[in-house]
Design a protein around this ligand. Structure first.
Ligand SMILES: C[S@@+](CC[C@H](N)C(=O)[O-])C[C@H]1O[C@@H](n2cnc3c(N)ncnc32)[C@H](O)[C@@H]1O
Length: 218
């Protein structure tokens, strides 16, 4: 089943660059992870779906060794231009096997970037995260919650492709996660913490999004 790929995301990031905008949540996603990452003794982090690299740079600024990947060449180009001296950026598709050995990171972080795929692909992506995090390491993430669907469909009408998985008119595909589904995806992880979070829009301050904040130990 199809999902939005490099072409869709390249266009999004090109349009933002041309209009002088950048997709940056100013630490909203990374701040809640700083204490857990420090307490777990993490030193190396892989970020999946890093966009233009702001969060990778934030974590690098905290002293972590950060590798960050995104499917969009355009986003990675912008990240490299701004933060290439702080973190390692590369273009890669998280739905394919990533070029890192098993257990090669102390932690994987992903913010609002793993909810683009249908069920079968989502399962494979979460399994790959499990492959990449060393024993005792952390997976920290934000993904859309089920509650986000009605909120999002108010302004972005969508067609359902699978249960809780939709395609919007723009071509963006979005998966909404129930707590039960997330717990199933994280079976095999320890100390799973899932917190529902309501996010105000980064510019208008209005209620914008409902996500799960997740922390799990390998
Ligand atoms: C909503 S943006 C979030 C970007 C960034 N994490 C942030 O919080 O601003 C989703 C990101 O996931 C990336 N993405 C989508 N599908 C991907 C895939 N198959 N492999 C790698 N990155 C992907 C997009 O290019 C985009 O940068």
């Amino acid at each position: 089943m199809a999902y939005a790929g490099a072409e869709f995301w390249d266009q999004c990031f090109r349009q933002r660059r041309e209009s002088g905008d950048d997709l940056d949540w100013a630490g909203l996603w990374t701040m809640p992870f700083l204490v857990p990452l420090r307490e777990a003794g993490v030193r190396t982090i892989l970020e999946l779906g890093c966009g233009t690299g702001n969060d990778a740079a934030r974590l690098a600024g905290e002293g972590y060794s950060v590798t960050a990947v995104d499917v969009s060449d355009e986003a990675i180009g912008q990240a490299q231009a701004r933060f290439g001296s702080m973190a390692r950026f590369l273009t890669a598709d998280v739905t394919l096997r990533l070029p890192f050995p098993d257990g090669s990171f102390d932690a994987v972080m992903s913010n609002v970037a793993l909810h683009m795929f249908p069920d079968e692909v989502t399962r494979a992506v979460f399994a790959q995260v499990g492959r990449l995090v060393r024993a005792g390491g952390l997976f920290v993430f934000h993904v859309n919650s089920l509650q986000d669907r009605a909120l999002r469909e108010r302004s972005l009408p969508a067609r359902e492709l699978e249960p809780d998985y939709v395609a919007e008119e723009s071509g963006q595909t979005v998966h909404f996660f129930s707590e039960a589904y997330l717990r199933e995806l994280l079976a095999g992880w320890q100390q799973v913490q899932l917190v529902p979070v309501s996010v105000p829009h980064r510019k208008t301050g209005r209620l914008f999004k409902h996500v799960w904040r997740g922390i799990a130990r390998r």
